[in-house]
Design a binder for this molecule. Structure first.
Ligand code: CU
Length: 325
């Protein structure tokens, strides 16, 4: 399938370019930053709360019986392995608060944009839109509930969402070196969420991030180590919060300038490397993301294209500073 690169607005081309930008940010350093687990560079260590690395069983959806209706736990784990160009994940999971854990076992960056098909929309409808390059059409068929993004090879990234029953997909819009987004290489997964909707809250976490047109408002300082941020999209547009670690000496203002320049032409070393984050979230939706960061200067970045101009929200100022002490 080929995703056309000729549309306007929220186009595949734009999204692809954004992902390329992200890839540039991630650079070729081979350096990985986990935003949720201590398993970086240690394949034997499993992500906290996820399945064992055993190959005899696929990642499983293990419902936590004790967490029902409680804010004390994430409810259940949904363990996903991402590689070129497929997701290895359970086919179904019960509805409710879900800790979505993506382990990148591949060689390229990956993400798992998690999205629920609108009522009346079939998986075939979605893939038809994707195959014809109609990304706005595809997005109009979906409710975006985040999902881990910015997963560098070997890293694990986790987010949480309260999954309502229905048909879901995992999508990876990261581009390969050939310029083709992984979703066009078949990197689409399907998930059926069963049972009835849960009113349970996601774990409160210890920080808040509001996504607005076009700014990040909320937590801007964290201590090193594990945190969970509640992330709410309060803007009329879809937003995301990709986390990047600024290279030594690079400021958030410089990063912002790189995105707002008329023709970004990165030369020299990339200004930042990927450090996880949460993928696209529909307006009015609250999810959460786990972070496990070393001290340093980071930024939240939104690469979602503006509905009116097609420019990435980052180019419209949607970059927020995050200091980890
Ligand atoms: Cu945005």
């Amino acid at each position: 399938m080929v995703v056309a690169r000729s549309r306007t607005g929220r186009s595949a081309a734009t999204l692809g370019i954004l992902i390329v930008t992200l890839a540039l940010l991630s650079g070729c350093s081979g350096q990985t930053v986990s935003s949720s687990s201590p398993s970086v560079g240690s394949p034997a260590a499993s992500a906290s709360g996820s399945t064992s690395p055993s190959t005899s069983e696929s990642p499983s959806a293990s419902a936590s019986a004790a967490a029902s209706g409680s804010a004390a736990g994430a409810g259940q784990d949904l363990a996903i392995e991402a590689k070129e160009y497929a997701f290895d994940a359970p086919a179904s999971i019960p509805a409710g608060p879900t800790h979505i854990v993506v382990k990148n076992v591949g060689k390229e960056d990956h993400q798992a944009q998690v999205a629920k098909l609108n009522d009346g929309t079939t998986f075939q409808d979605l893939t038809t839109s994707l195959q014809s390059g109609d990304i706005p059409g595809a997005l109009s068929k979906l409710q975006l509930v985040g999902g881990p993004t910015g997963a560098t090879p070997g890293s694990t990234v986790a987010t949480s969402a309260n999954l309502a029953p229905g048909q879901y997909v995992f999508l990876c819009f990261v581009e390969s070196a050939d310029g083709v987004p992984h979703v066009a290489k078949g990197m689409i997964g399907q998930l059926e969420v069963t049972g009835s909707a849960s009113s349970a809250e996601l774990p409160a976490g210890d920080g808040q991030l509001a996504l607005q047109d076009f700014a990040f408002v909320g937590t801007d300082t964290l201590t090193a180590g594990q945190h969970t941020l509640t992330v709410t999209n309060k803007g009329p547009q879809v937003h995301e919060a990709t986390v990047v670690k600024l290279n030594e000496g690079v400021t958030v203002d410089q990063l912002r300038q790189a995105f707002t320049a008329a023709s970004p032409a990165p030369s020299g070393p990339p200004p930042a490397t990927g450090a996880g984050g949460v993928a696209g979230i529909s307006p009015g939706t609250t999810v959460s993301m786990d972070l496990d960061l070393q001290p340093g200067n980071y930024a939240f970045v939104c690469f979602v294209p503006d509905a009116a101009t097609g420019k990435p929200h980052a180019a419209l100022g949607m970059i927020g500073a995050l200091t980890v002490q």
